[in-house]
Design a protein around this ligand. Sequence first.
Ligand SMILES: [Zn+2]
Length: 215
Amino acid sequence: MLIKVIDGLYGFIWDDYSENNCNTYLIDSSKKILIDPGHAHLFGHVKRGLDILGMSLSEIDIVLATHGHPDHLEAALLMRDTSRLAMHRTEYDYILELTGSTSRKSEPDIFLQEGGLDLDDDHFEVIETPGHTPGSICLYWPAKKVLFSGDLVFPQGVGRTDFPGGDSGRLKESILKVMNLDIEYLLSGHGGVIAGKKPVQENFRVIQDYWFRYL
Ligand SMILES: [Zn+2]
């Protein structure tokens, strides 16, 4: 389902729970950035949304992966020849270790690291948030008060830490690192969009009160 979050920001929200796929987001600003394109065989739902927006795949400048799980990253390979791929170096190394793949096709063009990321007129902050995977990141867009949280936190939930490389203590530290940011829109890898500062804060409160007991 394609939704417009705000001007220049769209969500391709995955609402078919019979398949494991992630939400994809499009920043349509000075650069066109597609965040977490999802599984390759399920990419049709993003493609249909782009069609509605009158945008072709080749117009995407950057595909950014919050982390390297296939339900987030796999479809990036479909845009490999026309878009640049951005990911944290730790995450790339982690995927190589897991898959043993050394295919140049999956090698990022941009290695993300903690701190500012300036793309033409837009300023973003890359926040290293390990726990779900060793090189997971959140992307914060201060001008719009948007946090793309990947699989760190969801509506009423937190990312799994029982996969290889998962670490619940680090996940908790990562959540503490982002929860006091000024956030109007929490755009997570799975589940719905949380809009409004109060609902976002309430969601972090639930996570702290309930989920922190298990981390
Ligand atoms: Zn994941």
